[in-house]
Design a protein around this ligand. Sequence first.
Ligand code: GLA
Length: 381
Amino acid sequence: MNLESLNKKFEAIFSCKPQGIASSPGRVNIIGEFTDYNDGFVLPCALEFNTKVAFSPRADNQVVVHSLQYPNEKDNFSLSTDITQGNSQWGNYIRAVAFVLKRSGAQLTGINLLIESNVPQGAGLSSSAALEVAVGGAFNHVNKLGLNEQALALFGQQAENDFMDCQCGIMDQLISAKGQVNNALLIDCESLETSSVFLPDDLSLVIINSNYPRKLVESEYNQRRIDCEQAAKKMSVNTLRHSTIKMLDAVKKDLTINEYKRAHHVITENIRVIKATDALKNNDIGSLREQMNESHQSLKNDFEVTVPATDGLVEICKEALQERGAVRMTGGGFGGAIICLCRAEDIAVIRKAVKNNYAQNFNLEASIFVCQAGEGLTIIE
Ligand code: GLA
């Protein structure tokens, strides 16, 4: 939706003009999965899909939220009393952001918010991080909190960890806040330093959503984080970032099978992120293919977060692209999407292969998105 129509809708609902619009994107991760909460490396890029939040300050202490995606639901809560969960699932993300900002001591005034988003939901493309960062951006602007992108990302992560009960890492919020057009970002999740990695012009970014219904995602996700932390503890390091396969093998007998496998994935994945970053810089699709392929196998066998539908999609695309593309699952797993990097002329090859082989074997329709790396959080006044 263009800004003018969003402004008009805002005026129709709140009888005033918005002060501004905060826009924040979804993301796709090229490589580096489940390494973020282990202080490791990730290589995501922001997408052109984004969530826009039109906002205006209010004279009272109320937060009043409407969403164009859910026209029959609205949320309304006070900043003067304790902020707790409400009935609206998407509304809880706004409550979560207000909760962590307020907890940090920020003085917040009431606000009107109208949300509009084209980030596909449930596809593992971080629609919730896009919402958190955009809402944080709106609060920041209205209250002149002076928070930079990194601080807004950290508040978004806290909102997930401490209000939504998802023990996620920092990747999604940080890339949503700091993404750069035409670039991926190599993020060191320990120092939070980022460096941009230009995506070669002749490389297309194709995302295929399996549309597999994701179930029990949060409990499985949180359990994997516990397994990683236990493995680190048994190696006497703060996080898996500071461990090696040699150290892991030395304590193997003290670890559960799952602790061993989860740590094995994380340690090897960190090495793959660095190799894949070099491959991208050199436009070396052969090396990129190798790293992404190994990443997928490790997520399937060691981290155990793939499902037959995403494994199947990866196989279909690998078979179709052969040495001309790099393919793996992407995001939080248990369904969601896969990512293919290939030349533009091979997009048609992928479409055909998916059409001929996916629905008939998995009884699901896939959605295919050809994407560009987009811009991080922006505030339009
Ligand atoms: C989800 C989380 C991220 C990250 C990925 C897996 O997207 O929000 O923090 O852990 O899963 O890489």
